[in-house]
Ligand binder design. Structure first.
Ligand SMILES: [Cu+2]
Length: 96
């Protein structure tokens, strides 16, 4: 997923939610002392015209405690919440 800030102001991603999951966390993959782990990213600032890539090995959303079984082709709705109240809905497809 790529987020692009098309507004003239900085936008700060502060949370993500999904009705299909108990919790959604914004994470970043980090390498420390040769070990790969992940850490919570409490907020991510996007400058005007900046893009933010979510991908395996980088920033990603952890979807925790699914409320139903998921299958390839299912749709997962996620809401991205920004400082100031802006909410962006995102529809993601489950892949095998
Ligand atoms: Cu993670």
């Amino acid at each position: 997923m790529v987020l692009k800030n098309n507004t003239p102001r900085s936008q700060v991603l502060v949370a993500a939610r999904s009705s299909g999951f108990g919790a959604v966390m914004i994470h970043r993959t980090v390498v420390k002392g040769g070990l790969t782990g992940m850490e919570h990213a409490p907020k991510i600032e996007l400058l005007p015209n900046a893009s933010l890539l979510f991908e395996p090995g980088g920033y990603h959303l952890m979807l925790l405690n699914p409320k139903r079984a998921l299958h390839a082709g299912d749709r997962v709705d996620i809401k991205l919440e920004f400082l100031g109240g802006l909410v962006i809905p995102v529809a993601c497809e489950v892949r095998k």
